[in-house]
Design a protein around this ligand. Structure first.
Ligand SMILES: NC(=O)c1ccc[n+]([C@@H]2O[C@H](COP(=O)([O-])OP(=O)(O)OC[C@H]3O[C@@H](n4cnc5c(N)ncnc54)[C@H](O)[C@@H]3O)[C@@H](O)[C@H]2O)c1
Ligand SMILES: O=C(O)C(=O)C[C@@H](O)[C@H](O)[C@H](O)COP(=O)(O)O
Ligand SMILES: [Zn+2]
Length: 364
């Protein structure tokens, strides 16, 4: 029997929206038409995803003024310049402020398309159709949009919530293993930062998730979205607890930028970043060696990196970390673990623990 569609609500008052998680969603024209209501629609996708899934949207929205922009693939394309052809297409076709932007792709397309929507004529609606595990469990939800700068990840952007998120699990069938694994880093992140029960479940069911078992997968996407929706609803613009969603990211973003965008996938860098945050927490005396090992073992079992690549060096790590958006008054704020499932954002950790954690990356 076909599984029912699961729904998670992001409770943001007048900007409230739902995340539909199910199978065959893209093959249901009525569902697409209900989610994408505008007369003028521009779909932003890339050269990998568009040939696979754009036709569903074209068919369902054939009574609309429809435009599609297909960008090149990869994290290195998440930059300001890539937005220009989209704006050109919208302007040439006379798109007005009632139009809707649809992101059809992974986190790169979602972040960029969201930022296009946030800035086109000072802001238009957008819909997220995530096509990677990472985008389904994290990037399509919460309204962080933006692009990278060579000096730092996501340095240019805006908070702009989508109107709806449609996560069709069927599209994960074409997702390569490496990209699927990248999504697992963010899944593990939720468990470590605040969901102990989910951590136990993941440890027991990791093989099923990795084998993309349908039940396990829809549970993981729903649970991750529930976790994210609760945090975003409580702190939409990251004045407090939303920063917990950055567990592993101060290190991970430094790895991505230092290596050059796309060298390591975001999720790969976050895998190593989670382990570095756990190691620092152990050095600070907050996590027991067993707890630290438990976190690292879970990351290791997915096949994601548990160590930063050698050769970046403490000084370069610090250079990128100094620009992290969580920093205040020159103090480097990190998301660390007081226990498994219990993260905090703090600048109050032993300097020597950070030094040792960065020094440990110099392993050649
Ligand atoms: N806004 C947020 O809250 C948030 C959260 C987490 C990550 N991010 C951002 O998301 C980005 C990473 O996202 P990602 O891991 O999805 O990477 P991605 O968007 O680059 O997608 C990964 C790869 O999979 C391909 N692909 C996508 N869907 C496919 C499908 N169904 N079948 C076959 N191939 C497919 C893409 O073309 C790409 O090559 C990073 O830029 C990161 O900073 C943002
Ligand atoms: O939604 C959030 O908040 C997150 O931090 C989710 C992260 O997984 C994501 O990578 C986000 O883009 C990082 O945001 P940034 O503010 O550190 O750039
Ligand atoms: Zn992330």
């Amino acid at each position: 029997m076909a599984e029912a569609t699961r729904q998670v609500t992001v409770a943001l008052g007048e900007r409230q929206y739902t995340i539909d998680i199910g199978r065959g969603l893209l093959a249901q024209p009525a569902r697409l038409q209900a989610a994408i209501k505008a007369r003028q629609v521009v779909v932003i996708s890339n050269e990998v995803v568009a040939p696979l899934y754009l036709a569903h949207l074209q068919a369902a929205l054939k009574d609309r003024q429809f435009a599609a922009v297909t960008l090149r693939d990869g994290e290195q394309e998440k930059r300001l310049e890539s937005m220009l052809p989209v704006f050109d297409e919208m302007l040439v076709n006379g798109f007005d402020r009632d139009c809707q932007v649809v992101a059809l792709g992974g986190g790169v397309i979602g972040d960029l398309a969201g930022f296009v929507a946030a800035t086109y004529q000072r802001g238009v609606d957008f819909i997220q159709i995530p096509t990677t595990l990472l985008a389904m469990v994290d990037s399509s939800v919460g309204g962080k949009t933006g692009v990278n700068h060579p000096r730092g990840k996501n340095m240019i952007g805006a908070f702009h919530q989508p109107r709806a998120v449609l996560a069709d699990l069927d599209v994960l069938e074409t997702l390569p293993d490496r990209e699927f694994l990248a999504g697992m880093a963010e899944v593990i992140k939720y468990a470590l930062l605040g969901d102990r029960e989910f951590l136990d479940w993941l440890e027991a069911n990791l093989e099923a998730v990795m084998a993309r078992d349908p039940e396990a997968l829809s549970f993981v996407v729903e649970r991750a979205c529930q976790n994210k929706a609760a945090i975003v609803a409580a702190d939409e613009r990251e004045s407090g607890q939303r920063a917990l969603l950055n567990l592993g990211h101060t290190f991970g973003h430094a790895i991505e930028a230092a290596l050059g965008y796309g060298e390591w996938l975001h999720g790969e860098a976050i895998g190593a970043g989670l382990c570095m945050a756990a190691a620092l927490s152990e050095r600070a005396g907050w996590l027991s060696p067993d707890e630290r090992q438990r976190a690292e073992t879970l990351v290791e079992r997915t096949g994601l990196p548990t160590r930063a690549p050698g050769g970046i060096g403490s000084a370069r790590f610090r250079e990128f970390m100094a620009r992290d958006k969580k920093n205040r008054g020159g103090a480097l704020r990190l998301v660390l673990l007081r226990g498994l499932g219990d993260a905090i954002v703090t600048a109050d950790y032993p300097a020597a623990a950070l030094e040792a954690t960065l020094a440990s990356t110099d392993h050649g």
